[in-house]
Design a protein. Structure first.
Length: 291
């Protein structure tokens, strides 16, 4: 197997992180992959990383880090591992109430009477294994079990669109899935096709709620917002405005210690907390718009 090296650093500013990631792509030897991602620990930091099939130029990395105000890169050699086999072993199927999230390698394990959701392990965030996605699926199952039915649903920041697909499995609703990332929208559409749900969910690339398709479909009976604390707070007025009276919003992407602040902000806007579930370090909130 080919050796793989990683080079990682952090920055506190999104634009600087993206500029550094772009500069990394011009290095020699050329990296096989580069990314800049906001860390999910509430620190506000962005992690910038690159993968190489030969040892990267340490001096060039140091110069890039210094030029962009980043910490020095940490370079590591990864062990020779069959990553596809490893991911498949570790990402076993997930049960969340009536929903069963699985990869194609576990198709023979889908039980009868469940709502199956096929998500490949390669499809990044939203496989159901993370506490936030699992919490949202459980919250949806709980709402449906209590008799709630969504006629119009929005999966905001959809990632793999697993939440939109879960809603499509149980309700004949008008369902939209949006993400700021064009690649995520492509992944969502691929997942819809794999689950025979093409045409049941409309996918759009949008920043927040500012898109004519989203504005035209509002108000929504249910909004999923499985993102991060910062965007949840910034989008709170828009999310509340887009909710129908007595509509529900399922909020996640939150560390447990961040939940109280989010509850307070959404409560001030006229939403009431119905349920708060903690899974590991992560919280999922279900809130209802009062009027």
């Amino acid at each position: 197997m080919t050796k793989t090296y990683t080079a990682l650093t952090t920055l506190g500013d999104k634009s600087q992180a993206e500029a550094l990631a772009e500069a990394l792509e011009r290095l020699t030897p050329e990296p096989t992959g580069v990314g800049a991602f906001e860390m999910e620990d509430g620190s506000g930091l962005w992690e910038i990383g690159a993968y190489f099939e030969e040892a990267p130029d340490a001096v060039a990395l140091d110069l890039l880090a210094a030029a962009h105000g980043a910490r020095p890169f940490t370079v590591s050699e990864l062990p020779e591992i069959d990553w596809v086999a490893k991911v498949r072993r570790e990402l076993s199927p997930v049960e969340a109430g009536r929903f069963f999230v699985y990869g194609s390698h576990d198709a023979d394990r889908v039980p009868e009477g469940c709502e199956p959701l096929l998500i490949e392990a390669s499809m990044a965030f939203g496989t159901g294994h993370h506490g936030t996605t699992l919490g949202c699926l459980r919250a949806l199952d709980r709402l449906a079990a209590d008799g709630f039915e969504g006629k119009s649903v929005l999966d905001l920041g959809c990632g793999t669109a697993v939440l939109a697909m879960a809603a499509a499995r149980i309700w004949p609703a008008v369902i939209l899935a949006s993400d700021i990332d064009a690649v995520a929208v492509e992944v969502a559409e691929a997942n819809l096709a794999a689950n025979a749900l093409t045409g049941r969910v409309t996918c759009v690339e949008a920043e927040g709620l500012d898109h004519p398709v989203l504005r035209g479909a509002a108000p929504f009976d249910l909004i999923f917002a499985n993102i991060l604390k910062g965007p949840l707070l910034a989008l709170a007025p828009g999310i509340t405005e887009a909710l129908a009276p007595r509509g529900r919003v399922i909020l996640s992407g939150l560390l447990n210690e961040q939940a109280a602040e989010v509850i307070a902000v959404y409560s001030e806007l006229g939403n009431s907390l119905e349920h708060h579930e903690e899974i590991g370090d992560w919280s999922t909130l279900t809130m209802s718009k009062s009027h």
